[in-house]
Design a protein around this ligand. Structure first.
Ligand SMILES: O=P(O)(O)OC[C@@H](O)[C@@H](O)c1c[nH]c2ccccc12
Length: 258
C-alpha cells in the first residue's frame, strides 16, 4: 500500500484505467504494461460486471468485449501475475461489490496481497456496509479507496476518515465518460477532505485532456482517466499500444499533443 502513497510524489500524477481482458487477456496485459512504461503512476484495472450502473457507453462496451473473450475473476488474477513479470507499477482494481462478494472477500484480498495489488475502488459499496470488507482488506494490506462526490456533503468526513491509499473524488454526477467540461468547483469538497485526512485525492470522471490532468494536479493530487484510454482500444482493439503510449505520455506532459 505504501507504493500508492509514493505514486503521488511524482509530478502530474496520472492514473490510467482499462478494463481487464479488453479485448483479450493477452492484449490487455500489453496495454497495461504500455501505460506503465509510458509513465502512468498507477494503473486502475476494471473488473467487468454485467450491470455496471456507474459506467457510460465506452466502458460498458469494453466490459462486453472482455466478456465475449471469456474473462473471469480468476483469469484476471492470472493476468495480473503476467503483468507483474513485466512491471511493478502500482495496481488497483475497480470492481462492483458483487464481484468481490461472489469471489469471497477473504479469497479475493488474499490474491490481491499475493499479486501486489495495492487497492480496490468499489463504486457501489456504501460506507454503512463496508465494515467487514474493510477489515479483511486491511488484514491483507490492501487499501479500500473511498469515493467522494461533490454531493457527498456532510458525509465526506465519515467517508474519508481512516482512508488509505488515495481518495477517489468523482468530478461530476452521472456515469463515466468524456465530457467537455469537468465539474463545477471542486475546491470546497477538496477542502472538506483535507480537513480530515492527508490521504492524497485523485479526481476522475470526464477527464481526457492534458490540460485537465494538469488542472486536477493543481487543485488536488492526481487525475484519473478511463474512457479516453478505453476509446483507443475500441478504435484499434488489437493494435492500440502505440496510441496508448502516446496518449499517456501526453497526459503526463512528457510529449506534445499534435
Ligand atoms: O471514464 P472516465 O470518465 O475517464 O472516468 C474514470 C473511470 O473510467 C474509472 O475510474 C472507472 C471506471 N468505471 C467506474 C465506475 C465508477 C467509478 C469510476 C470508474
Amino acid at each position: 500500500m505504501t507504493n500508492l502513497k509514493e505514486a503521488f510524489n511524482n509530478q502530474n500524477t496520472f492514473i490510467g484505467f482499462t478494463v481487464a481482458g479488453d479485448p483479450s487477456v493477452e492484449k490487455s496485459v500489453e496495454y497495461v504494461v504500455a501505460m506503465a512504461n509510458a509513465g502512468a503512476d498507477i494503473v486502475e484495472l476494471g473488473i467487468p460486471f454485467s450491470d455496471p450502473v456507474a459506467d457510460g457507453p465506452v466502458i460498458q462496451a469494453a466490459d462486453l468485449r472482455a466478456f465475449a473473450a471469456g474473462i473471469t475473476t480468476d483469469k484476471i488474477f492470472a493476468m495480473v501475475a503476467t503483468i507483474r513479470e513485466q512491471t511493478d507499477v502500482p495496481l488497483v482494481f475497480l470492481s462492483y461489490a458483487n464481484k468481490i462478494f461472489d469471489y469471497g472477500y477473504e479469497r479475493f484480498y488474499q490474491r490481491c496481497e499475493e499479486l501486489d495489488v495495492s487497492g480496490t475502488v468499489i463504486p457501489d459499496l456504501p460506507v454503512e456496509e463496508r465494515g467487514e470488507l474493510l477489515s479483511i482488506a486491511q488484514n491483507h494490506g490492501v487499501a479500500v479507496i473511498p469515493l467522494v462526490a461533490p454531493t457527498s456533503g456532510e458525509r465526506v468526513a465519515k467517508i474519508v476518515t481512516g482512508s488509505q491509499g488515495f481518495i477517489y473524488l468523482v468530478s461530476s454526477l452521472g456515469v463515466t465518460g468524456m465530457r467537455d467540461k469537468v465539474a463545477k468547483d471542486l475546491s470546497a469538497t477538496i477542502a472538506q477532505i483535507k480537513a480530515v485526512t492527508d490521504t492524497p485525492v485523485a479526481v476522475g470522471f470526464g477527464i481526457h485532456t492534458p490540460e485537465q490532468v494538469q488542472r486536477m494536479n493543481q487543485i488536488a493530487d492526481g487525475a484519473i482517466v478511463g474512457s479516453g484510454i478505453v476509446k483507443l482500444i475500441e478504435e484499434h482493439p488489437d493494435s492500440a499500444t502505440e496510441a496508448i503510449t502516446k496518449y499517456v505520455q501526453e497526459m503526463k506532459g512528457l510529449a506534445q499533443v499534435k
